[in-house]
Design a protein around this ligand. Structure first.
Ligand code: ATP
Length: 812
């Protein structure tokens, strides 16, 4: 049916077209009576320019026959019509000024056209009479004359309007900007003629393009542009014609078919964040003093007043060694730090040459071509550190051939080190990452301020940096649930860890997230000593570190027991139950180890054991591990540790072997250092290249000062006695809890012990209750942790009554 209809249409257009063509020919040749009638009609319509009418009718007829469609009144054709009308009006005005003096206009026009008709049909040999623009020209002119003329001004008003109309007609017909038209040529004439020629060509193109093309496609080809375009720069959807793009690539043997790739620039995405800042001098080094920082972007509870410390003062920067142990303080008025503590983003990354990128793309294609590999660069993405050229191999080209040419490509581009990603996840292209001449700093502040971080649902959101497209990368430690950070010295690990800690401190009050920091290098994490988030002072003694990890394991086991008692499967559910009962929920615990290698040297077995136990079980208990090392060798990152820490961040390393140890694949040896990283969260099939967020020591110090001024650290994990040797078992005499004796009375009566039971009975916090249970275990009163079962009571009531006095005396 449809086919039949189509046939009918084709026939209709051809018959109509042929009829119109014949009429045009008859009119032009003034052949016979019919031809003469058409010619006379044309004369009355267009005056001296009567021949234009059959020409235009002929054009329309050809259009219909060839395109097999109705003649469309699109903007180009409307433009042509406007030009025709303006032209005829102008001719009419010219004629009118000289000929019609006192007789009515239409009569003069009629007489003139009659003269013309006579001359054409019976040529007398004299010069043709002037007949103006016919009734079309006369109609337009009469309207303009009535509307825009002031007597005695020689039709200045109508002339102005006709000129404007002509320009509009030209712009529409050529589908181009008049300003560009003038700019493109060296002068008006050249520009105009060039465009006219292109326009004619494109009209011819439109007429004779393949029949299979639809009418819509015809509309999409702008006149003035041939199908093979000259290179354009397309930056995130905006098209710039760039003549220099061609010049810039002159050094390269031009390829016959170079088509300009689309360029994406990360600053387009990062731009608004940078502009939001007003301080032009806001560089990583010039940090504004705290008081001067206006424009605060407080993340939560913005109006809460800043309170003086409420908890008993502790030794600030408490060094390792003895310290008092308390319970977790919940300070309702604690205010989260404002983002203005962080330095404004530096104005880097502006120095990008799109021409250079274009030229590189062309070099890439021609280099591959010289090795007999056909491939095209489709897109270019400029990231903060590297620019990725997305290469599409021609059919039949093996990916391995291109990967094998890595060094040759690096040589051709004079690049330090290039990394290939074959394929780019989610695309059928090979990514070739070439270092930028200038590395743009991604500031922690811009990532913290990004909607991705501010609006994330992640429980423990980490601001990590920006990827190649400029998108902020925000991780969720709860999902990770543990993170391994590795890279050679100076590659950016410490900056990354500082960013992670800062991310946590920006979103969580001290009673919500607790930190345990282990820093045997004694340099990086000491700055955090004294912050209220800490469970214990930063551990710098390697021997104590294993003990600290054991304490975390103990805590984890306690939590499992607590959860089991209430039938909760994880900390989320358990905390909900606690909240329902009006009790304080358990905080998340994040354990940060900065330099695993140092710990593994001292007590490899214990440390590996503890890390693996935490890694395997701690997720449900709300305990997360972040382990960093600069020695990614198999004796440090053992198979067991690796298997249990699924999320990884790799900074630059010196060998592919190291890269494999961290990421199970190559790539990190190609990184450039200074925060350039490969981020592989759990479940990701491939690592993402990210420029890590930069945070300076000064910023961290301001953050630490801000939280310390509000609340002092109250350490809840006792590392005072342990580490050097194994835990001293006779610590019963140490500072037993004031409730110790009462608690033992209770557990002996009940025949079983658990922290949650003590918590409920004595209405004390969880950590105090579990500390009492620990003390009972150390005193031999209760048995060890047994998973979900309550602990067994090891002594009888009589034994306890006998011993009780000595415990109470010790206490006094
Ligand atoms: N994200 C980043 N952006 C810009 N520069 C960075 C970034 N991270 C690190 N750097 C630069 O690299 C230097 C070294 O970084 P960092 O101290 O974090 O290295 P590291 O891997 O911790 O080294 P080490 O193992 O010796 O402690 C920094 O002083 C800084 O100048």
């Amino acid at each position: 049916m449809a086919r039949k209809q189509q046939q009918k249409n084709i026939l209709k257009y051809e018959v109509t077209g042929l009829a119109m063509l014949t009429a045009s020919a008859l009119a032009l040749g003034r052949l016979g009576l019919v031809g003469q009638i058409f010619a006379v009609a044309s004369i009355y319509l267009a005056g001296s320019w009567y021949f234009l009418i059959p020409i235009l009718v002929g054009y329309a007829a050809l259009y219909m026959m060839i395109r097999r469609t109705r003649f469309p009144w699109d903007s180009r054709h409307v433009g042509l019509l406007i030009i025709l009308l303006c032209f005829l009006a102008f001719m009419e005005m010219d004629f009118y000024g000289k000929t019609y003096e006192s007789i009515p206009l239409y009569k003069a026009q009629f007489n003139a056209l009659s003269d013309l008709r006579q001359y054409i049909f019976q040529p007398t040999g004299s010069a043709p009479p002037r007949a103006g623009g016919g009734f079309l020209g006369y109609g337009v002119f009469a309207i303009l004359h009535a509307l825009f003329n002031t007597p005695g001004t020689s039709e200045v008003g109508p002339r102005l309007v006709i000129t404007a109309g002509c320009l509009i007609g030209i712009a529409l017909a050529l589908q181009t900007s008049l300003v560009n038209l003038v700019k493109r040529g060296t002068g008006w004439t050249e520009g105009l003629m060039g465009s006219l020629w292109q326009s004619v060509r494109s009209h011819v193109n439109v007429l004779f393009r393949s029949d299979r093309d639809t009418d819509d496609q015809v509309e999409q080809i702008p006149p003035g542009k041939s199908r093979r375009k000259k290179p354009e720069l397309i930056v995130d959807g905006e098209v710039y014609e760039d003549d220099d793009a061609v010049q810039g690539s002159k050094a390269v043997r031009p390829q016959a078919k170079f088509e300009a790739p689309v360029i994406h620039d990360f600053t387009h995405r990062a731009g608004p964040l940078r502009e939001e800042t007003t301080d032009a001098a806001g560089t990583a080094t010039a940090e504004p003093p705290l008081e001067q920082m206006g424009n605060q972007l407080v993340m939560r509870f913005p109006d809460a007043p800043l309170k003086k410390p409420t908890t008993p003062p502790q030794r600030e920067h408490a060094p390792e060694g003895d310290y008092e142990v308390g319970t977790i303080v919940h300070d309702e008025n604690f205010r989260l730090p404002p983002i203005s503590l962080f330095t404004l983003p530096p104005n880097s990354g502006k120095n990008f040459s799109q021409r250079g990128a274009q030229a590189n793309a062309q070099k890439l294609e021609s280099t591959l071509q010289s090795f007999g590999v056909q491939a095209r660069v489709l897109e270019i993405s400029r990231g903060p550190t590297v620019t990725r050229y997305e290469l599409q191999p021609a059919a039949g080209v093996k990916v391995s051939r291109i990967v094998g040419l890595t060094d040759d490509i690096a040589l051709a581009l004079a690049a330090r080190d290039i990394r290939m990603e074959a394929p780019v996840p989610g695309k059928s292209v090979i990514g070739i990452e070439v270092p930028n001449e200038e590395v743009a700093i991604v500031s922690l502040r811009e990532v913290l301020a990004s909607p991705e971080f501010q609006k994330t649902n992640a429980h423990l959101a980490l601001a990590l940096g920006r990827d190649i497209s400029g998108a902020p990368i925000v991780g969720d430690l709860q999902k990770m649930p543990h993170l391994l950070v590795a890279g050679a010295t100076g590659a950016g690990k410490s900056v990354c860890i500082n960013g992670i800690v800062a991310s946590i401190m920006m979103r969580h009050k001290p009673h919500e997230v607790k930190l345990m920091m282990i820093d045997p290098k004694m340099v990086e994490l000491s700055v955090y000593n004294g912050i209220p988030h800490l469970l214990a002072p930063v551990v710098t003694d390697s021997r104590k570190a294993a003990f600290a990890l054991k304490k975390v394991v103990q805590e984890m086991e306690n939590r499992y027991q607590l959860m089991a008692e209430r039938g909760a499967r994880d900390i989320g559910r358990y905390n909900q139950l606690l909240r329902d009962e009006g009790l304080e929920p358990l905080p998340f615990i994040v354990v940060i180890v900065d330099e695993l290698a140092d710990l593994m040297m001292v007590a490899p077995g214990d440390v590996e054991d503890a890390i693996c136990r935490i890694a395997q079980m701690a997720r449900a208990a709300g305990i997360h591990l972040i382990v960093a090392t600069q020695r990614p060798s198999v004796d440090v990152i053992t198979g067991l540790i690796k298997a249990n820490i699924p999320s990884r961040i790799a900074f630059a390393v010196s060998s592919m072997h190291d890269s494999r140890t961290i990421l199970d694949g190559p790539g990190a040896e190609k990184l450039l250092g200074r925060g350039d990283m490969l981020y592989m969260p759990v479940g990701a099939s491939k690592a993402v290249r990210v420029q890590g967020a930069f945070v300076s020591e000064g910023e961290i110090e301001r953050l630490v000062k801000f939280v310390k001024e509000q609340q002092h650290a109250v350490y809840t994990v006792d590392l005072n006695h342990g580490g050097e040797e194994e835990t001293t078992e006779d610590s019963a005499g140490a500072d037993l809890d004031a409730l110790f004796a009462d608690a033992v009375d209770l557990v002996v009566d009940l025949g079983q012990a658990s922290a949650s039971m003590l918590q409920r009975r004595f209405r004390i916090g969880y950590s105090r209750a579990s500390r009492i249970v620990d003390q009972m275990e150390q005193s031999g009163i209760v048995g060890p942790f047994e998973g979900s079962k309550p602990r067994e009571v090891m002594i009888s009531k009589e034994q306890w009554l006998q011993a009780k006095s000595s415990f109470v005396r010790t206490q006094e």
